[in-house]
Write a protein that binds this ligand. Sequence first.
Ligand SMILES: Cc1cc2nc3c(=O)[nH]c(=O)nc-3n(C[C@H](O)[C@H](O)[C@H](O)COP(=O)(O)OP(=O)(O)OC[C@H]3O[C@@H](n4cnc5c(N)ncnc54)[C@H](O)[C@@H]3O)c2cc1C
Length: 389
Amino acid sequence: MNFGLVEVDEPTQKFWNEVRDFLDSVEESVVEHEWKTGDGVNVELYRQLGERGWLMPSLPVEEGGIDATPLQCAILTKELHLHRIPLNSYSNTMQVDAIIRAYGTPELLAEVIPGVARGEVRFCLGYTEPDAGSDLASVKTRATKDGDEWIVSGQKMFTTTAHYAHYALVLARSDPTLPKRHGLTTILVPLSSPGIEITAIHTMGVERTNMVFFDDVRVVDRYRLGPVNQAWTVMANALKIEHGMGESSSAHYDVDGGLNFTRTLALTLDAAVEWALSEESAGRRPIDDVLVRNKLAEIATHVELGRLPSGPVGRVLSSEFLIKDTADLIDLIGARSLIARGEPGAVGDGWFEYAHRFAQGTAIYGGTTDIHRSMIAEQILGLPRSRAT
Ligand SMILES: Cc1cc2nc3c(=O)[nH]c(=O)nc-3n(C[C@H](O)[C@H](O)[C@H](O)COP(=O)(O)OP(=O)(O)OC[C@H]3O[C@@H](n4cnc5c(N)ncnc54)[C@H](O)[C@@H]3O)c2cc1C
């Protein structure tokens, strides 16, 4: 691994300045709305990013990108996070886009893909159900073939950003007579179809997610992704992308959940350093205390460590650092760190209590840290499977 500094040449610096200038000009109300609602996207800003070719920057210009180098892509993602631009819809869309490109018919690709880079088409992930999360092979949502159409019926759970998405990638049971993993099919369901109802779930971490109900929703067969009853292969690829493994995970964006969590930890560290330098009591600042300096140094080390490993290792480390470090900072700063944003006396304008709440969900979504530990054991270390199926 090369730990040297990255050279930023003139065109890259120019691009960086352009990105910063644009993101600096984003209205505070966009970030404020996200604080309040956890919607995961601002539709107008999303379209503007698409217009600039910044949603899928590594694509050639004629496909909606800007032919960006990997360094430019990394700069863009970093700045989007630093500016706290709502990105949930973006990362869901990019994951489904990769699956459509791999499994969609030319007809389907022509219909949906051109709008993705332009910021006009968004996707969400319809995998989880009330009784099927880690064990996705247990999904019950039915897809029954009727001529050239599928009739989809059932309920999905935690379908984040469905309320602003145009299509959901739905994992459905197409043959209940086959063993669990073999009777599943993946279908891209247009969310404007009759029979779909979306209900909000507001989480402890502010993020808004949804329940989606499908009541005999008719979808033509060209929206099927991959062969009938073989969704397990499609899902293996979809989850690889979500878990930051394999080629596609680094194409023009990073969906490695770990990196996002580490960026939140970096913002938390900045807020903690500011607190340690600015508060004063009896002529002493928190930073004057060696124990405070030790804790800040430990968190700074975690920020660096969390950035290094990719895939499931990075995801587990980053989530666990974030959960532990935000709790430690709340202990260190004291009760005032639990006062919410906008309330009198809030330390760091409520950042610590927000980050602590946000941290808890990072152990769950995109597959729990327990499941990622199994992946590390089985797929990276080559240890035997912990379960029979
Ligand atoms: C904020 C949020 C957003 C989400 N967004 C989406 C989305 O957009 N689309 C979507 O499809 N899903 C989404 N999810 C769902 C998420 O992927 C699931 O919640 C997650 O996979 C866990 O499933 P579960 O909730 O059913 O818990 P369960 O699978 O019931 O797990 C319960 C506990 O048992 C443990 N456990 C279960 N199985 C094993 C095992 N084999 N080995 C070790 N431990 C195990 C888990 O780690 C966990 O601690 C989201 C969830 C949240 C909270």
